[in-house]
Design a protein around this ligand. Structure first.
Ligand SMILES: [Mn+2]
Length: 195
């Protein structure tokens, strides 16, 4: 069984069509008007061994905020839908990823309890034309809609592009681990009997 889900979301601000496969090959087909996010989602997909098909349009004449935020919403919803009843998953994932001088750690719990903790400083407010504060916006909406507990820690780093890239790679790897089916897990991995 391949775990996947599709989301279509149309508002006056953005139009998003997204298909996400947990059990993928790292293949991304991305069309977005936010090149830096395209780059980040490409490596998230690659390092998570997911597949991601995404077509996004949005009011980037204002700024990248709505489009980045709404991609996070749709990806979170697709992740939640694709996980289904969460039978047999590992549930937790932890990944450290270095990118040259930067080291990021991402820890996730697919707990059905949305939470974001982020310990990261971005030395630059912009990477290219992208506002780096939108990383927080994206991660929070992703965590909220996927109903996961997401902790992002940047241990150190000086280049903002490297720092954010390390975060997205670690996010992919942590989610890959958390979504993996462990044959030893019977039912859902919770003493409550549900997630
Ligand atoms: Mn890069």
């Amino acid at each position: 069984m391949t775990r996947k889900a599709s989301i279509e979301r149309n508002t006056k601000e953005t139009q998003i069509n997204l298909s996400f496969t947990i059990d993928g090959e790292g293949a991304a087909k991305l069309e977005t008007p936010v090149p830096f996010m395209t780059h980040m989602l490409d490596l998230f997909t690659k390092h998570g061994q997911f597949n991601l098909d995404l077509t996004a349009n949005g009011d980037v004449d204002i700024d990248d905020h709505h489009t980045t935020e709404d991609i996070g919403i749709c990806l979170g919803q697709a992740l939640k839908d694709a996980l289904g009843d969460k039978m047999g998953i590992k549930r937790y994932g932890n990944a450290f990823v270095p990118m040259d001088e930067a080291l990021a750690q991402v820890v996730v719990d697919l707990s059905n309890r949305p939470h974001l903790e982020i310990r990261a400083e971005f030395p630059s407010q912009k990477v290219g034309t992208f506002d780096t504060e939108l990383v927080h916006e994206f991660l929070w909406k992703l965590a909220l809609e996927a109903r996961m507990n997401l902790h992002v820690i940047v241990h150190y780093g000086s280049n903002t592009h490297h720092i954010i890239e390390a975060i997205f790679k670690a996010l992919g790897r942590a989610l890959d681990e958390a979504t993996t089916i462990d044959p030893r897990v019977k039912g859902v991995p919770s003493t409550k009997g549900m997630l």
